[in-house]
Unconditional design. Structure first.
Lengths: 401, 267, 309
């Protein structure tokens, strides 16, 4: 069953949903990256919750006008409109009042959603509202989706993606360094608005599949995942789209393969699994790598400090330092330096003196910037340069003074 | 009790580790993989004013914050007045950088100064008239008594700095640690602050400040501590604040013109 | 409106709504000032997996295990957010977004996998609660307030919410000064003997307790709205923290009362028959209050002198 699902063998609708979810995942992943790089990830939470009153009002308007309230394009247009109003309210609150962005996000999110719930209960009292099924927009629902709806979603995903591809360069520039972008003459405000427009587009397209409460996950989790693997912003966009697409595809397939596996939550959980793996295992920024690196670094610092203390005949208080010196055969159990210990200590002290010269000499400014107390001087200077520095220090230096 | 200070302004005799108001041994602090402060020893002389100077990014503020336990060091020990930092917190007053807080916070000047009395007030102690009188006295010492009811956001940068100093005065400590107290303040404030600090010294207190203006070091301070990730030099201004040491601390970053300006100093 | 109608039908939901609103608004003041407003958002989302797990473990729908489960989920969420933020070096907003959406999705999945047809447990309930149903059937009028027999029939949500409110008030009163100092200047707070890290965690836990107690009765929308809107509106009214907190309580009560009344009686006045969601209406009213204060409040703009360059 799962194999069939992954190979898109579960019928036309399921296939369309899977394609739609994949496109949506890619579009959301890419769009979310720009938000994430702008440190405004949770703005999308306000946008998505703010869609609810629009959906309800669109439904009511369509019923009043004598149409079918459940017309998807109509509902989506309504949701986009109210998301836009929510965004305007949020911007106004942060610009014109003393509220910080997080409070403005929370206020818009809860008030719009609350008002949406009020409207939902109003609709339930309408004669046409009994079977409106608008609740499905909260958590998404792909079961019993109309074919035309699936086509709309797939088209919407593709369209957002095309827009991102067209605008990726200016958007990356603005997300990465807005001031530089402004200096280059890019219309930063308008590009920011475009990013928000894309967020809205992704939200609206995703309403039917993952629902308005969880759509924000598709915008946040993939960029965060991608960030672990690279430091370059254009690659973050790419990887994030990849992670989002993968989550969308696998999630949609998984949920089609068995009952009681709601599409939205499954996509989010697949996405989260990718995130958790990256958090732990990514080579550069991953936790495992960082812990190992930190331990190694701490040992190097302690060892170096211990050697310097030995060279200068100072007492060593730190137990960890003593333990490391002992383990490396640099001091005896009673804390007295061994032969190697003395030699290494003398070398450490001499290197410090050499660094001192390097750092006070304008000619070595580039090298001096590399100083971190640990780096071996041989790795940054040529033998000749070291000899020259040694001459400035003067005759051979004793081990301890 | 402790033996504090010579009160005539001359540098105090070198105090041992045990009695120094602030003694740091082998302190290393690192953000990520690059140490901001590496293996630094520092022994602050009691009853004197010490400036911590060094180029931007040399670890001046980091040293201060690690000494206060605000940042956790990778290694090293800090003793305050001969005992561990935690045992002596009540005897330290700290003046953070002005930019480190949100000045739009809903509170007024008097309230901020009363924060300095937190230890005495405890969890539920009521603020009495004499607490307010003391806070007002501290405000008077920094020339801010007329601003007690102002919202803190309405003050100028220099006034905010003086409020922070008044809050530290309210703590009535032995050791005052200040992070860039003169950064971005007007001339009047600078004068007011320095006279308050000198008065503290005359009362036998110890003052340590991160400082960035080399031209005023000799006028304001008794001792200097030169740092650039590592300690470069430490001691009385007259001995340590030399062109050679400055060159060592600032490297290529100190313009020759600046060195010339300071060339009145012993080479 | 007579007591015979008001007391059994409206008194208890109204009181519960007020207690919930105030219990959330009090810690909300500090969360807003600490730029942690969205912690409330995160907590209210993770309540769902908490109660579902509690239900799966105990097999019954009963208040205390579910509250424990929800509180546990809130604490786990806070720890996870901190862990993701520190370990992954990710900005707090994104870290929150990752954690609470994943936990919420997990909750929904668990719910779908569980047979809950026999019990009243669904996503909608967690989102907007059911304030209207918390009626006091044993009451016949104001006199019932003195009648021990009738009092025994009070919905258990009322004493629970009142107790929570009391605990929140106690916490705020007891730790008022440390909370204020550490919210203003965390580095300094550490040097005057305030344990800032445990206090910060305690604040979040108190907020979580308030959220968990409130969600059961009123759902999570009110919880988020009350954490943020009344304190945010109060911010526009004054430059003193004491007065800000007082204003936030006033606004929370005003939103609860006006929201409940409008939801219960508004449709009747308009000629409709059924009532509309009280929780949603309370959230909406808190938004209206915020909008009015943001437009006309005496202290609505920033005062801070520009931070030095």
């Amino acid at each position: 069953m799962l194999r069939d699902a992954l190979l898109l063998q579960l019928g036309y609708n399921a296939t369309l949903v899977a394609i739609g979810a994949t496109l949506l995942g890619v579009a959301a992943g890419c769009t979310g990256t720009f938000l994430f790089l702008r440190k405004r990830a949770l703005v999308s939470d306000a946008v998505s919750h703010a869609t609810l009153p629009g959906i309800c009002l669109a439904f009511m308007a369509m019923v009043v006008l004598g149409g079918d309230g459940r017309n998807l394009p109509g509902l989506l247009a309504g949701s986009a409109l109210s998301a836009w109003i929510g965004l305007l309210c949020m911007t106004w609150l942060t610009r014109r009042t003393r509220l910080a962005e997080d409070a403005a996000i929370g206020a818009v999110l809860s008030v719009f959603f609350g008002f949406g719930v009020v409207l939902l209960t109003v609709i339930q009292t309408m004669s046409a509202g009994r079977q409106a099924g608008l609740e499905s927009f909260l958590l998404g629902s792909t079961a019993g989706m109309l074919r035309s709806d699936a086509v709309i979603i797939a088209l919407g995903g593709a369209l957002s993606l095309a827009l991102i591809l067209m605008l990726r360069r200016p958007m990356t520039l603005v997300a990465f360094d807005p001031e530089y972008a402004a200096a280059r003459g890019l219309p930063v405000t308008r590009i920011d608005l475009t990013i928000m427009g894309l967020v809205m587009a992704v939200t609206v397209v995703g309403l039917k599949i993952v629902g308005l409460i969880l759509i924000v996950a598709l915008l946040i989790i993939p960029p965060v995942t991608a960030r672990f693997w690279t430091d370059r912003s254009d690659r973050v966009v790419l990887l994030s789209g990849l992670a989002g697409g993968l989550a969308g595809y696998v999630g949609a397939a998984l949920s089609a393969s068995a009952p009681n596996l709601p599409t939205g939550p499954i996509i989010v959980l697949v996405s989260f699994a990718l995130f958790a793996l990256s958090l732990l295992l990514a080579p550069g920024r991953g936790v495992l790598a960082a812990v190992l690196r930190h331990l190694r670094f701490q040992r190097r610092v302690h060892l170096r400090q211990g050697l310097l203390a030995l060279a200068q005949g100072q007492p060593i208080y730190e137990p960890l330092t003593l333990r490391l010196l002992r383990r490396n055969g640099l001091v005896r159990a009673d804390g007295v330096a061994t032969e190697t210990g003395r030699a290494r200590a003398a070398k450490a002290l001499r290197d410090e003196k050499r660094w001192e010269i390097v750092r006070s000499d304008l000619a070595h400014e580039a090298v001096a910037a590399l100083y971190d107390g640990l780096r071996d001087i041989e790795t940054v200077l040529t033998r000749d340069q070291i000899v020259e520095i040694d001459r400035r220090i003067g005759g051979p230096q004793g081990v301890a003074t | 009790m402790l033996q504090l200070a010579t009160r005539d302004g001359s540098p105090a005799p070198a105090a041992g580790l045990d009695h120094s108001p602030l003694a740091i041994r082998g302190l290393t602090v690192s953000y990520g993989e690059k140490p901001a402060v590496f293996s630094v020893d520092m022994t602050v002389q009691p009853g004197a004013m010490t400036a911590i100077i060094g180029p931007n990014g040399a670890g001046k503020s980091t040293l201060l914050k690690a000494a206060l336990g605000i940042i956790r060091p990778l290694s090293g020990q800090v003793t305050v007045l001969g005992r561990s930092l935690d045992a002596q917190r009540a005897r330290i007053a700290y003046v953070p950088q002005r930019a480190s807080v949100d000045w739009d916070f809903p509170t007024h000047v008097m309230d901020v100064v009363l924060m300095g009395l937190n230890r005495e007030l405890g969890l539920l102690g009521r603020v009495r008239a004499w607490h307010k009188a003391r806070a007002m006295d501290c405000l008077r010492r920094v020339g801010m008594q007329d601003f007690a009811d102002r919202q803190i956001g309405q003050l100028s940068g220099g006034q905010q700095q003086r409020v922070f100093l008044a809050r530290a005065l309210a703590q009535d400590a032995e050791l005052y640690l200040l992070d860039e107290p003169f950064a971005g303040v007007d001339a009047a404030t600078e004068k007011a602050i320095i006279s308050v600090l000198k008065a503290l010294k005359d009362a036998g207190k110890t003052v340590v400040a991160v400082h960035h203006d080399l031209s005023t070091v000799a006028d304001y301070f008794d001792n200097v501590f030169l740092i650039n990730t590592r300690k470069v030099a430490e001691g009385p201004v007259s001995e340590v604040f030399t062109a050679g040491n400055l060159q060592a601390a600032y490297g290529g970053r100190l313009a020759t013109a600046q060195v010339d300006q300071l060339s009145a100093l012993p080479a | 409106m007579s007591g015979a109608e008001f007391v059994p039908l409206s008194l208890t939901p109204l009181l519960i709504g007020i207690c919930a609103a105030v219990a959330c608004a009090l810690p909300g003041n500090f969360l807003v000032l600490r730029r942690q407003a969205l912690i409330g958002d995160a907590i209210s989302h993770v309540v769902l997996p908490g109660i579902v797990v509690a239900f799966l473990l105990t097999g019954v729908i009963s208040a205390w295990p579910m509250m424990l489960g929800a509180a546990g989920a809130a604490v786990i969420a806070v720890i996870l957010i901190e862990a993701v933020r520190r370990l992954g070096r990710i900005e707090p907003g994104a870290a929150m977004g990752v954690v609470f959406t994943a936990m919420f999705a997990f909750g929904v999945l668990l719910l779908e996998q569980t047979d809950t047809s026999s019990v009243h447990l669904d996503v909608e309930h967690a989102l907007y609660g059911n304030l209207e149903s918390l009626i006091w059937l044993d009451a016949t009028g104001w006199a019932s307030l003195m009648d021990p027999e009738a009092l025994r029939g009070l919905p258990s949500e009322l004493p629970r919410m009142a107790l929570t409110l009391l605990a929140v008030c106690l916490f705020t009163w007891l730790f008022w000064r440390p909370l204020k100092i550490s919210t203003f200047d965390e580095g300094f707070a550490g040097t005057v003997g305030i344990a800032t890290a445990p206090l910060g965690l305690a604040l979040v836990i108190v907020a979580a307790v308030a959220a968990v107690a409130a969600f059961d009765a009123v759902g999570s929308i009110i919880v988020i709205a009350m954490f943020i809107c009344p304190p945010a509106a109060a911010r526009m009214m004054t430059n003193r923290l004491e007065r800000q907190v007082a204003w936030s309580v006033v606004f929370a009560v005003a939103a609860a009362v006006s929201g409940y009344v409008l939801a219960g009686y508004g449709p009747l006045w308009l000629g409709g028959a059924d009532a509309i969601s009280a929780a949603g209406m309370i959230a909406t009213m808190s938004g209206v209050i915020l909008a009015v204060t943001a437009r006309f409040g005496p202290c609505r703009t920033r005062t801070g002198a520009p931070v030095q360059g």
